[in-house]
Ligand binder design. Structure first.
Ligand code: TEU
Ligand code: CA
Length: 540
């Protein structure tokens, strides 16, 4: 059993997610890489983040941009070498920045040695995966089938694309291989893992699923006892031997599932990413079919999770979601104000804030000209599926362009030069034309920029015990306005978030406004301007 230990480093951490392909290209091939990341460590230090979550950098054929791993102990040559990675770890360490790696263990790439040997008929490796004579009726996460026929005439299981065969976690050899991989990286000095779709890795059985629309079959693999057992063993046998932070990406979780996964006494995960707030504007949980975004829905979901968990992993965007300022803000009239509001919200909630690359300058969705600009395998498969349903091109184009994961994957905008300072070559994904004014160089020179707001907000957070460790309580407020308190022994703060494009009258709690995204001259205690964010301190 894990013992309640002294203060853990991650409890006060702010974590920055890097999607390496899109972060910074050092050699002009149009693809971001590890030397590129190293060259920006001082920037991350100046931002004030404590750790980096690095999306996968392992060798991969790249069908899912690295979430299809073909060698867990190597570095993708597109991104650099093992020496580069070791240099990244040590340089980051010198600056006091920890590195958390992505661990994708629900599936491997079909080009992994294990799968190749399995296909060649090696019985040891066939049992690393799921081969069956006939498919079952399970639904997939990527809009394709879940079983693909091999040349031998049988089928293998893949909950994601056919390039991502699922691992068989009932096989102890798989356990040994993967825990060995974890130790390999932890011994190199990394500080933890972000575990991809961790709550679906253990399949109880391959029986047919009950009839349902989304993810048929999930009762056989979602949050299984086998999964809990695995996490406990990972924790006692590996993670607890290092000072790790382990965050699981968990799909379709309820607060009750999450409480089990994050219960310190059970000793499984430290935190989880939930998705419920990402889906407040999707119909029936299908993100391609959007409905109008209503801020009070977002508030309700965030409040629910704030109350359920002691340390929620908070995020408003990542490499799988559209940009938060498009999702929850207003890019037309209030781009700057709403991006700052979202910063304030994310960094004052209870838990561990994650900032996704480019979020700190208010990067927006991609301005793709058409489906030909989109590279993502999920979008590609959905387009195929929609074609089968005979949806017209114009409709497919509209649905995919506004929701594609590529919206968050356009290269980071470093400066106003032609390729935004991301590359000297041809970028792998189209760069936004707004890089002329939304970019790190321009914003770092402007005191009132979104970037400098992030820096100030991060500083504020670091200096505030109430925000870092205090309790959370929501306060009654007009619809679409989120007001909550953060309170520690000798500090109480009221956090105000007007999530609308309209002004709103509010009660004034506390004593004095100490921080906000409007200037002091604009402050009216009883009135919030569009997207106004403010922190009010109170004397205790
Ligand atoms: O994402 C899991 C996942 O469920 C998402 O793919 C989600 O379904 C979708 O993006 C939102 O509609 C993880 C990774 O974050 C993602 O990049 C990978 O593609 C996926 O796993 C497979 O490894
Ligand atoms: Ca490169």
């Amino acid at each position: 059993m894990a013992t309640a230990s002294a203060k853990k480093w991650w409890k006060n951490a702010i974590i920055y997610q890097i999607y390496p392909r899109s972060f910074c290209d050092s050699n002009g091939d149009g693809i971001g890489d590890i030397p590129g990341i190293i060259s920006k460590l001082h920037y991350l230090k100046s931002l004030g983040v404590d750790a980096i979550w690095l999306s996968p950098v392992y060798p991969s054929p790249g069908y899912d941009n690295g979430y299809d791993i073909s060698d867990y102990k190597g570095i993708n040559p597109e991104f650099g070498t093992m020496e580069d990675m070791e240099r990244l770890i040590s340089r980051a360490k010198r600056l006091g920045i920890k590195i958390i790696m992505d661990l994708v263990i629900n599936h491997t790439s079909d080009e992994h040695e294990w799968f190749k040997k399995a296909l060649a008929g090696d019985p040891k490796y066939r049992d690393y995966y799921f081969f069956r004579d006939k498919p079952n009726n399970w639904g997939s996460l990527f809009g394709s089938s879940t079983w693909t026929k091999t040349e031998n005439g049988d089928y293998f299981l893949h909950l994601f694309s056919e390039k991502q065969p699922d691992l068989n976690w009932q096989n102890p050899d798989v356990y040994n291989e993967i825990t060995d991989i974890m130790r390999f990286w932890l011994d190199k000095g990394i500080s933890g893992f972000r575990c991809d779709v961790i709550n679906i890795i253990y399949k109880n059985s391959l029986e047919n699923g009950r009839p349902r629309l989304i993810l048929k079959g999930r009762e056989h693999y979602l949050n299984t006892e086998g999964c809990h057992e695995l996490l406990k063993r990972f924790n006692t046998e590996v993670w607890s031997k290092y000072k790790t932070f382990i965050v699981g990406e968990t799909i379709l979780v309820t607060p009750d599932d999450a409480k089990l996964l994050c219960d310190e006494n059970r000793g499984e995960l430290d935190a989880i990413f939930f998705f419920e707030h990402m889906d407040v504007d999707s119909r029936g949980g299908v993100k391609w079919f959007k409905k109008r975004y209503r801020p009070h829905k977002l508030i309700g979901v965030l409040d629910k999770w704030q109350c359920a968990l002691e340390f929620p992993a908070n995020y408003l965007e990542n490499h799988d979601q559209i940009r938060s300022v498009n999702h929850f803000g207003n890019t037309k009239e209030f781009w700057e104000k709403s991006a700052k509001l979202l910063c304030g919200l994310n960094l004052t909630l209870k838990g561990i804030p994650f900032i996704y690359e480019g979020e700190e300058i208010g990067m927006t969705n991609g301005d793709f000209r058409g489906l030909r600009d989109i590279k993502d395998i999920e979008s590609y498969n959905i387009n195929k599926a929609m074609k089968r349903l005979l949806l017209a091109h114009s409709i497919r184009r509209k649905l995919i362009l506004r929701t594609s994961r590529d919206n968050a994957r356009t290269p980071v905008q470093w400066n106003s030069s032609e390729n935004a300072g991301f590359t000297t070559g041809t970028p792998w994904l189209k760069i936004n034309s707004n890089s002329s004014f939304i970019n790190i160089e321009t914003e770092s020179k402007d005191d009132n920029s979104i970037l400098n707001f992030y820096k100030k907000m991060i500083e504020f957070r670091k200096a505030s015990q109430a925000i870092q460790e205090g309790s959370y309580r929501k306060i009654a407020a007009p619809s679409d306005v989120y007001i909550f308190t953060r309170e520690s022994r000798d500090e109480r703060l009221y956090i105000y978030c007007n999530l609308t494009s309209y002004g709103r009258s509010v009660e004034f709690y506390g004593d004095r406004i100490v921080f906000g995204n409007y200037t002091e001259d604009d402050w009216d205690p009883f009135y919030l301007k569009p997207y106004e964010f403010r922190i009010v301190a109170s004397n205790i």
